[in-house]
Write a protein of this length. Structure first.
Length: 273
């Protein structure tokens, strides 16, 4: 499809108001996919079984998974366990009591991309794991609160960095959020650290993800030989939450709200989407 939307000097698309409906529909399906998989995250279940359920759910709802076939990737989700920062590949390993995992899905519905991830727990998390999940969730929500037209992308990164580091955690710098819409990845790169008042100006009609990865230890990561799996260099726990959002005249809209109120695995609260 021809790209007919306007772009800023930084190359960031400015979508017209009518594009929000498609993003809400795709984002809702992505969120519903994770709502569905939550009860299936149990001790003894394999991550490849979870991925199979995700692929079937997406297909049954008239969408496709954006990750299947993307740069050779062959799964409907990324499932990142414990010290895996992101892009974990589903496999035959069974979950153990206390495991924490991020499940990241991107669906394509009627040409629009819905991208979200959240944390899950098998059994009972350790106190430090529960604290990391809380800090990571709150980092994302503080970043979303910083999204206002006229402010800058550096304000988003600063909101995450100042809070997470204030909680004695570290912010991964090797990966970032991204623009999306009718494409999987687009400008801008949304950094999860930064200085307030820097970066491109936020404008109504911008669509992008915010997806901070927060480590209990140091921020350093490395990618394993499979070319996908990123892990913490010091083997400490890592967590991530991700929403897709659109900037509005007043602030922003979250496209990937959980219809069941299950975004935070330890504090589920029904919300209106």
């Amino acid at each position: 499809m021809k790209d007919s939307v306007n772009r800023t000097p930084e190359g960031i698309k400015i979508h017209p108001p009518e594009d929000f409906a498609g993003m809400h529909a795709a984002g809702r399906l992505a969120a519903e996919t994770l709502d569905m998989i939550g009860p299936e995250v149990q001790v003894g279940v394999t991550t490849e079984h979870l991925d199979t359920l995700i692929e079937q759910f997406v297909t049954d709802h008239g969408a496709i998974s954006a990750t299947i076939g993307y740069r050779g990737y062959q799964h409907a989700s990324c499932i990142s366990l414990n010290h895996v920062v992101c892009h974990g590949i589903p496999g035959p390993k069974a979950l153990r009591d206390g495991d924490i995992l991020n499940i990241d899905v991107t669906v394509v519905l009627d040409g629009w991309y819905g991208d979200t991830s959240r944390m899950f727990v098998a059994g009972t998390p350790s106190r430090k794991a529960a604290r990391l999940i809380d800090v990571t969730h709150d980092s994302l929500m503080r970043a979303i609160e910083a999204v206002k037209p006229g402010d800058r992308f550096g304000d988003i990164g600063h909101a995450i960095q100042s809070f997470a580091e204030g909680q004695r955690c570290s912010v991964v710098r090797d990966f970032c959020g991204h623009g999306l819409g009718r494409v999987f990845h687009d400008a801008p790169n949304v950094l999860h650290y930064g200085k307030p008042g820097t970066g491109a100006i936020l404008r109504p009609g911008m669509f992008f993800t915010i997806e901070p990865m927060i480590n209990l230890g140091r921020a350093g990561t490395k990618v394993l030989a499979d070319g996908w799996t990123a892990v913490t260099r010091d083997r400490t726990l890592s967590a991530q939450f991700e929403h897709s959002i659109g900037v509005t005249e007043e602030g922003c809209e979250i496209f990937t709200l959980s219809p069941a109120g299950r975004f935070h695995p330890l504090h589920e609260t029904p919300i209106s989407a």
